[in-house]
Design a binder for this molecule. Structure first.
Ligand SMILES: [Zn+2]
Length: 702
């Protein structure tokens, strides 16, 4: 039982008892309110009289009131059991996106925002959070071409923007609806465990595919096939086929990068990478190019050493099987021989590890860690508490599915014992549920007009295996890391103390947002912490030191190769988004560029080395990030890793359970959300500018 003082949150949780009609009218109200607010601002001000308080604040105040409802409505498409509700939610999101485009292209409101921006540039008077918002807003309009004088050029720009969003949507649809595959005989698929790919259950071919089965390109298929298929020709052919699965996106992608380049130049930037990165934490795209080149130089020889180990394994394997070996390891071999290496040299059985990490017990242990280092208290709501706190009096209404676990979150007594917000957990897969693991904000926090706080609601939506065969749900080590990572985003969302919903929680720069969660992953790689989290599902025993040591050894297994792959994606991303001239982007052959960069950066032989030429595939067209909002932003994963390792090594490594450091971190980084420059936050916390030393040290390179 929760202590009495944590039984009565001062704010009720949000409800999820939406109907299709409720969603439609809810979103229409939000759209109408936002549009009217902008109209009112325009009617009651001129560029001369515009100030932050009469131009931006009214919109921010309305956003404070509507953003939670907006988020919840758009969230339902990912989780709701009723298809009609999911459909309505998807449509609602479409309406919000259309409104955003419409409002961002309005010259009347931009002239007022620009006037406020110019005034504050000339003599800065705004406090930090407002100045940050003003800067971001100004930049959003500029990126939509509003500095181009009204006339034919501006009209053309607008047309290009609409075309761009249409093309990106079409590419994304092609991704989601892709149902291709490659055909193999069951013999060619020898070696793949039935539990990973059940060959008997696959679609059987007719005609030219008589005697073969269809292997699709879902990631749950790609990984086991490349990891287990014994036949090298199968892995090679599948590797090439998979890199051609989204070829219908080739012409679309070409048009996208041309339009991005054209519009970025029209909007006053050097190129699209400059447009994107100039408003991120990194600010300078040249700096990022140098950053990726530096990693590549430092990691390159380590990557070669990892390849050499796999090559030796392949040699032995071919000798044992009496096959002729050409002395090379190829891109389609790494998954297979890494798996063999793990079993042979590391003798680690992931399933054995998972027996020590029953999901809910491990989760409770993770919450205890947050309680200790950040000064929080988590209280699970039982059915009676749910009914008592539900605004409708119905316990079911504060969740979207009966499996969802609800918690209230508080400051611990030493930190004042006040309420923080709600955490909702939906951790197992269901048909038609979002298929990955993520944190969704379902109600941002902010300061209300009466000076009290609106408390946030945040959720984790994951897909961990259900209990089976008399066992509770068990987490593999990688899944425990994922859960801790997502929980990290959730905590960032919960503890933020910003004035506006606009800057709330994880609303930080894209190239910083992963840092707090990446940092927490280190806890799951700390032997003491892992041991304390563990509890065998049957015996309650702690995991043995021996098993932990084996696990620790796998942390750096082929890490250089993995890092080089990240460098490859990041480098390609910047190359296509920063051509030397507009003529150059028109002549760009993206498939060729990817294949050349892949060969150079990974150092692995590929299809071009077995007579398939340099244009054997279009892997880039299968990567959703370039069209899904991470364009010229993929580098962010590696970039925030620099900050996360710097913070961990500098502040936490010596004692990850240090509550004093944890509370300092909460105050100087997490609570600030996106309300100030992330570089300043880091400087405040680290006591100096961040640097990549720890990042390289962690890779064993310093
Ligand atoms: Zn994340």
């Amino acid at each position: 039982m929760a202590p009495e003082k944590f039984a009565n949150p001062p704010q009720m949780p949000p409800v999820f008892n939406y109907t299709v009609e409720g969603i439609e009218s809810g979103i229409d109200d939000i759209v109408a309110t936002l549009r009217k607010t902008i109209d009112d601002v325009v009617a009651s001000t001129t560029p001369e009289t515009a100030t932050f308080d009469n131009t931006l604040k009214p919109v921010l105040d309305v956003e404070n009131k509507t953003l939670g409802e907006n988020f919840r409505i758009c969230f339902l498409q990912n989780v709701h059991p009723d298809p009609a509700v999911r459909e309505a939610s998807l449509k609602a999101e479409g309406k919000i996106r259309e409104l955003e485009i419409e409002l961002r292209m309005r010259d009347d409101i931009f002239q007022r925002v620009k006037a406020v921006y110019d005034k504050n540039q000339a003599s800065p008077t705004l406090e930090t959070e407002s100045a940050i918002i003003l800067g971001k807003e100004y930049k959003q309009y500029v990126n939509k071409g509003l500095l181009i004088p009204p006339g034919p050029e501006r009209d053309q720009f607008k047309k290009s923007q609409l075309e761009l969003s249409r093309l990106c949507l079409e590419c994304a649809n092609n991704h989601n609806n892709e149902v291709g595959g490659a055909w193999f005989t069951p013999e060619q698929l020898d070696g793949i465990p039935k539990a990973d790919i059940d060959v008997d259950a696959l679609e059987k071919g007719t005609g030219e595919n008589e005697g073969k089965v269809k292997v699709d390109f879902k990631y749950t298929t790609v990984t086991p096939l490349l990891r287990y298929a014994k036949n090298e020709a199968t892995r090679r052919d599948y590797f090439i086929a998979e890199a051609n699965r989204n070829n219908e996106n080739i012409p679309l992608f070409q048009t996208i990068i041309e339009l991005r380049d054209e519009t970025a130049r029209q909007a006053g930037y050097k190129d699209h990478a400059d447009l994107v990165i100039s408003s991120k934490m990194a600010k300078d795209s040249e700096k990022i190019k140098a950053f990726l080149a530096d990693i590549r130089t430092r990691v390159g020889s380590g990557g070669q050493a990892e390849i050499a180990v796999l090559r030796e394994l392949k040699k032995q394997d071919y000798a044992e099987r009496g096959l002729e070996f050409d002395g090379e390891i190829y891109a389609w071999d790494t998954g297979y021989y890494t798996r063999i290496l793990k079993q042979k040299d590391y003798s680690l059985d992931e399933n054995e590890v998972s027996e020590y990490f029953p999901m809910w017990k491990t989760f409770a242990g993770m919450l205890e860690i947050f309680e200790k280092i950040l000064g929080l208290e988590f209280v699970e709501l039982d059915d009676a508490a749910k009914a008592r706190l539900s605004p409708t009096g119905n316990a079911k209404d504060i969740v979207w599915h009966e499996e969802v676990v609800a918690m209230s979150v508080w400051n611990d007594e030493a930190s004042g014992g006040d309420f923080i917000g709600y955490l909702l957990l939906d951790l197992h897969p269901r048909p038609n549920k979002y298929g990955h693991n993520a944190n969704f904000n379902l109600g941002p926090g902010f300061l209300k007009e009466d000076g009290t706080r609106m408390y946030p609601t945040t959720s984790l939506v994951c897909n961990f295996s259900r209990p089976s065969q008399g066992r509770p749900a068990l987490l593999k080590h990688a899944e425990a890391v994922t859960l801790f990572h997502e929980l990290g985003h959730g905590i960032h969302d919960l503890v933020a103390q910003t004035k506006y919903a606009y800057t709330h929680g994880t609303n930080v720069m894209y190239d910083f947002v992963e840092a707090p969660s990446q940092m927490l992953e280190n806890w799951c790689w700390t032997p003491d912490v892992l041991q304390s989290l563990s509890s065998h599902w049957e015996t309650g025993d702690k995991i043995s030191t021996e098993l932990i040591n084996k696990l620790m050894k796998t942390k750096s297994l082929n890490e250089m190769m993995a890092t080089l792959f990240q460098v490859l994606i990041g480098t390609f991303d910047l190359r296509v988004h920063s051509p030397e001239s507009h003529e150059a982007v028109k002549k760009m052959n993206c498939g060729l560029l990817w294949n050349q960069l892949r060969a150079e950066i990974s150092g692995l032989k590929g299809p071009e080395d077995v007579g398939r030429g340099m244009e054997w595939g279009n892997k880039y067209a299968t990567i959703g990030h370039f069209i899904g909002g991470y364009d010229a932003g993929y580098y962010g994963y590696l970039y925030s890793k620099v900050f996360s390792t710097d913070m961990f090594y500098t502040a936490f490594k010596a004692n990850p359970m240090d509550g004093e450091v944890g509370r300092r971190y909460r105050k100087l980084v997490l609570e600030r959300g996106g309300s100030m420059d992330e570089n300043v936050m880091l400087r405040d916390f680290l006591g100096r500018d961040p640097n990549p030393e720890s990042f390289y040290k962690d890779l064993g390179l310093a």
